[in-house]
Ligand binder design. Structure first.
Ligand SMILES: Cc1ncc(COP(=O)(O)O)c(C=O)c1O
Length: 469
C-alpha cells in the first residue's frame, strides 16, 4: 500500500485559518478573540483560529464530499475496511450507530454478559432483544476472558433465529476472542458480526497483537481512536463493509451533532496519518516495552502479571492480592503517594496501558513505583463472576424503557425484571441490564462490587428499580 502523507481535514482547516477571513459566524469566541483567559490557556492561538466549523471548505460530517470524505476513505483503507465514519461522541455513538444501523425492532442479538453500557443504548434505540453469552473467566486473576468459540457454537444452535453477534474484542484487559473462527461460524449461520473494538485501534500495526476485527472477518467494528492512539478524547471511528453503507450512514447522522468539533475531526485525521507513516514502528515499540515491563514485574515477589491466549500484551494487568491489598487500595497508594495513575483497578488487579507514547523511562518509573507498594498482610476475598448460561432477556431494553417501574429492596429483587442498568465504573461493564431477570448470583455480585456505580437510581444499592408487574 502506498503511504499517504497528507491529512485532508487538517489541511483544509489550516487553509481556512491562513485566509485571514473576518468571522461573522459560530463559534461565538470568534477564533479565540472573545475567549476567557482560562479557556485561552487550553488552546494555542492557532488552535483557536482553526476551531471553526460548518464552512463549505471544511466539509460536512453528515454529507461528506470533500476533506472529511477523503479523510474517512484514507482511514478505511488503512484499517482494511470498505468504509469508515468519524465520530465525535466517542465509541459510544459508533456502537449505537453500528447496532441501530444494522438491526431492527424484534431482532435478536447475541452479546456478551459484560458488554459495555453503550451496547444497551444501541439496543434501546434499535428495539433489538439481547441474548446474553457467558464469558470465560480466569479464576486466578478473577477477571473476564472472552467469549469462547464453543459458546458461540452453542448459542447459534440454541438461537438460530438471531440476526447478529456482537463481541467486545479485545476486552478491557486485552483478551481477544478468536474472531477468525467466530466470524466463519457467524456468517455460516447467516448472521452478521459486530465488534466493539474500543480497545483495539492499534492491533492493525503489529503482527504480535491479536488480529484486528476487520482482518478477522467482522462486518462492522467500532474503534476508540482516542483510547490507545493519538486522537483527542471523544474521537472514534466506525469501520464497515460496503453492503451496510446506506443504513449505517443514516444511523450515524441521526446520532451525531450537527456541529461536530473540527479539532476532534482533525485529530482523527492526524491520528490516521501518524499510524500510516509510523504506526508499525510506534506500536511495535509499545509491544517491546510491554514485554520488558512484564519481565521486570515478574521478578517482583508478591506481584503477579496476567497472561492469556490471544492477549494484547500492551494491556498489563498486575495482581496485588498477595500484598494483602485490593486493587482499589493499591490504586490509591500509587496515585496519592507515588504519582502514578493506572487505567483501572478491580477487586484484585491494577490495569496499566502501555501505548506508543511510552518509553524506557516511563516503564522504569512504573516498575520502581510498584516495588514500593507496601504489604498489608491481609486476606483479600474475591467475588465470583462465573456463569455458563446463555440467556435471552425477558424483555427488550426498549420495552423495559417504556414500562412502569417500582422500587424494591435489592435482597427482594431476585426473580424480578430489572428496570435499570447497574454498572460499576471502571470498567463500565453492566452487571444488570434493563429487561434482564435478576438472579441470586447477580445480587451477590452487586453486594460485593466496589467503585463508582452508574445507572442505579439508589447509589447505596440497597434498593433497585424493577418492572412493576
Ligand atoms: C469496551 C468498551 N466499549 C465502548 C466504550 C465506549 O467508548 P467511548 O468512551 O469512546 O464512548 C468503552 C469505554 O470505556 C469500552 O471500554
Amino acid at each position: 500500500m502506498v503511504k499517504n502523507f497528507s491529512a485532508p481535514i487538517a489541511a483544509a482547516m489550516q487553509k481556512y485559518s491562513a485566509d485571514g477571513v473576518l468571522p461573522f459566524h459560530t463559534p461565538g469566541h470568534k477564533q479565540g478573540r472573545g475567549a476567557h483567559e482560562l479557556l485561552r490557556k487550553l488552546l494555542t492561538a492557532e488552535g483557536f483560529k482553526q476551531e471553526v466549523s460548518l464552512m463549505e471548505e471544511l466539509d460536512d460530517l453528515h454529507e461528506p464530499h470533500s476533506c472529511i470524505k477523503a479523510a474517512q476513505r484514507l482511514a478505511a483503507r488503512l484499517w482494511h475496511a470498505d468504509e469508515c465514519i468519524f465520530f465525535v461522541n466517542g465509541t459510544t455513538s459508533a456502537i449505537q450507530a453500528m447496532i441501530f444501523g444494522t438491526l431492527k425492532a424484534g431482532d435478536l442479538i447475541l452479546i456478551p454478559r459484560n458488554a459495555h453500557r453503550s451496547v444497551i443504548s444501541g439496543l434501546i434505540l434499535s428495539g433489538t432483544t439481547p441474548i446474553f453469552l457467558p464469558v470465560e473467566f480466569d479464576a486466578e486473576f478473577n477477571l473476564p476472558l472472552n467469549v469462547s468459540v464453543e459458546t458461540i457454537e452453542r448459542a447459534i444452535k440454541k438461537f438460530p433465529q438471531a440476526q447478529a453477534v456482537l463481541l467486545v474484542s479485545p476486552n478491557y484487559y486485552g483478551v481477544a476472542a478468536d474472531l477468525e473462527k467466530i466470524s466463519e461460524l457467524v456468517h455460516a449461520a447467516g448472521m452478521i458480526l459486530l465488534i466493539d473494538e474500543a480497545h483495539g485501534a492499534h492491533l492493525q500495526f503489529c503482527a504480535e497483537l491479536p488480529k484486528s476485527a476487520m482482518d478477522a472477518g467482522a462486518d462492522l467494528a467500532a474503534q476508540s481512536t482516542h483510547k490507545l492512539l493519538g486522537a483527542l478524547t471523544q474521537s472514534s471511528m466506525l469501520m464497515f463493509r460496503k453492503n451496510f453503507s446506506e443504513r449505517v450512514k443514516v444511523a450515524a447522522s441521526l446520532l451525531q451533532t450537527t456541529s461536530p468539533n473540527q479539532l476532534l475531526l482533525a485529530s482523527l485525521d492526524i491520528a490516521r496519518l501518524q499510524m500510516e507513516t509510523d504506526g508499525r514502528e510506534l506500536v511495535s515499540r509499545a509491544v517491546e516495552l510491554s514485554k520488558k515491563l512484564r519481565a521486570d514485574l515478574k521478578r517482583i515477589d508478591s506481584l503477579k502479571v496476567f497472561d492469556a491466549e490471544n492477549l494484547d500484551v500492551t494491556k498489563v494487568t498486575v495482581n496485588v492480592q498477595n500484598l494483602g491489598l485490593t486493587g482499589a487500595e493499591a490504586e490509591e497508594i500509587l496515585r496519592r503517594e507515588l504519582k502514578i495513575q493506572c487505567e483501572l483497578s478491580d477487586a484484585a488487579n491494577l490495569l496499566f496501558l502501555i501505548t506508543y507514547a511510552d518509553d524506557e523511562e516511563t516503564i522504569s518509573k512504573l516498575v520502581d513505583a510498584l516495588k514500593l507498594l507496601p504489604n498489608h498482610h491481609k486476606k483479600i476475598s474475591l467475588p465470583s463472576l462465573t456463569s455458563k448460561e446463555i440467556l435471552k432477556a425477558e424483555l427488550s431494553p426498549r420495552e423495559t424503557f417504556y414500562l412502569p417501574r417500582e422500587v424494591v429492596a435489592l435482597k427482594k429483587s431476585i426473580g424480578r425484571i430489572c428496570a435499570e442498568e447497574i454498572t460499576f465504573y471502571p470498567p463500565g461493564i453492566p452487571l444488570l441490564m434493563p429487561g434482564e431477570k435478576i438472579s441470586a448470583q447477580v445480587v451477590e455480585m452487586i453486594q460485593q462490587s466496589r467503585g463508582r456505580v452508574i445507572g442505579a437510581s439508589d447509589k447505596t444499592l440497597s434498593t433497585i428499580k424493577v418492572v412493576a408487574f
